[in-house]
Ligand binder design. Structure first.
Ligand SMILES: *Cc1c(COP(=O)(O)O)cnc(C)c1O
Length: 396
């Protein structure tokens, strides 16, 4: 299998030597550039760079799309998480349950408010927080739980909502990677008390810079979130509470409004690509230890990432093997949060969250963006196959 393919089939060789990027945002944006530039132009002409009608339009679109009663723009997904915790009054002495296998912002929002992140291990099949282990982590100081819908699939919300109901916990969905993800009949961001979204360029709905949004079904919460995002000001120049300045600007919203109209199509393409990887990787009959991602029952996955597991210490060798053929891949995430230097004072030890630590050592995300071609997917899978057939595998 390692013999140069061009001996047998020169065409196949030229195909498989073509680089495959992990993500190419330009392929999605390029066909829309005229429309986007026109939308940006309109903002420039209006001079309403903040609080423009573009922001209101996106808020209405996202509210309707997620099924939440309210959506409020803010500066980033990280701010969305922070604002939600602030609006709930989380602070010093409080504990907040979250996974350790997530992007840093999930826990930094907790830490910034003087509260303590309490990390719970993940379900190895979905990579999401293991709801069955939450109860054991509760203390009288526990105030909230942040399920993260990692890689585009909702966490086990039924179990989490049941626990939250019993113990009076605030449920903040970190839906940064999961806009449009389904959970039964509900959508990410409208299941818990508040949902946090990110429009970072690599997310399923990505802007031309930073942006974020919070969603909620609670009218009072929506009001508090808006006030918190505007310096805690209500009315103008009077501050009953200390908030922050976190705004989604009109230019970002204008770009996102154009892109929002294509979101469902892109999600369909991501789902098609995921299904195709499932087939191609199964057909390749690779080592039985290569584990494909799974969709949990009742979940509608939106595939922000297609993440395989490469056990037995071979992940990094496979990643190098892909990189040697200019095929992009990434490790989300190589160091769990409970093992980060900045959280050392929390006192976690190696082995405390075994599934989280195992995932960090095994995961590898492959290119899955909507415009990825069939040929590119075949290139990726062929290259993985040469790894398993070759001596890199034996040596790893
Ligand atoms: C991207 C992301 C965030 C933060 O969003 P930003 O817009 O980059 O601040 C938070 N949580 C998760 C899980 C993310 O993937």
């Amino acid at each position: 299998m390692e013999a140069p393919a061009n001996v047998a089939d020169p065409h196949a060789a030229s195909e498989s030597n073509r680089p495959v990027p992990l993500l190419d945002v330009q392929r999605g944006n390029r066909p829309l550039l005229d429309e986007i530039q026109q939308a940006i132009s309109q903002v420039c002409d209006s001079g309403r760079f903040l609080h423009g009608p573009e922001v209101t339009q996106l808020e209405q679109s996202v509210a309707e799309y997620t099924g939440a009663a309210h959506a409020i723009g803010c500066a980033s997904g990280s701010d969305a998480l922070l604002l939600a915790l602030m609006a709930r009054g989380i602070g010093r002495g409080d504990e907040v349950i979250c996974p350790s296998f997530t992007f840093f912002a999930t826990a930094s929002a907790v830490w910034r408010l003087g509260a303590k992140p309490v990390f719970v291990d993940i379900d190895p099949v979905t990579f999401n927080i293991d709801a069955s282990q939450v109860e054991a982590a509760l203390t009288p100081s526990t105030r909230a739980i942040i399920p993260v819908h990692l890689f585009g699939q909702c966490a086990d919300m039924e179990a989490i909502l049941a626990l939250a109901g019993t113990h009076g916990l605030f449920v903040l969905e970190d839906a940064a990677q999961a806009i449009g993800a389904g959970y039964g009949a509900a959508k990410a961001g409208a299941i818990g008390d508040v949902g946090a979204f990110s429009f970072y360029p690599t997310k399923n709905l990505g802007g031309f810079g930073d942006g974020g949004m919070v969603t909620t079904n609670d009218d009072r919460m929506a009001q508090v979130l808006r006030i918190m995002a505007a310096h805690g000001m209500q009315p103008r120049y009077f501050h009953p509470v200390v908030g922050i300045n976190s705004r989604l600007d009109s230019i970002q919203a204008a770009v996102l409004n154009v892109k929002f109209a294509r979101l469902n199509g892109w999600t369909t393409d991501r789902r098609t690509n995921a299904g195709r990887y499932d087939e191609l990787l199964a057909d390749a009959k690779l080592d039985q230890n290569l584990v494909l991602p799974q969709t949990a029952r009742g979940c509608w996955h939106v595939w922000n990432q297609y993440t395989i597991r490469v056990p037995e210490g071979r992940r990094d060798a496979l990643r190098r093997h892909l990189a040697d053929a200019q095929i992009g891949s990434e490790v989300y995430y190589p160091q769990p949060l409970h093992q980060q230097d900045c959280f050392r004072h929390l006192g976690y030890r190696e082995g405390d969250l075994p599934e989280t630590e195992r995932a960090a050592a095994e995961v590898l995300s492959l290119p899955i963006f909507p415009e990825l071609t069939i040929e590119e997917q075949q290139t990726v899978v062929k290259r993985i196959a040469t790894f398993y057939a070759g001596k890199q595998y034996a040596a790893a």
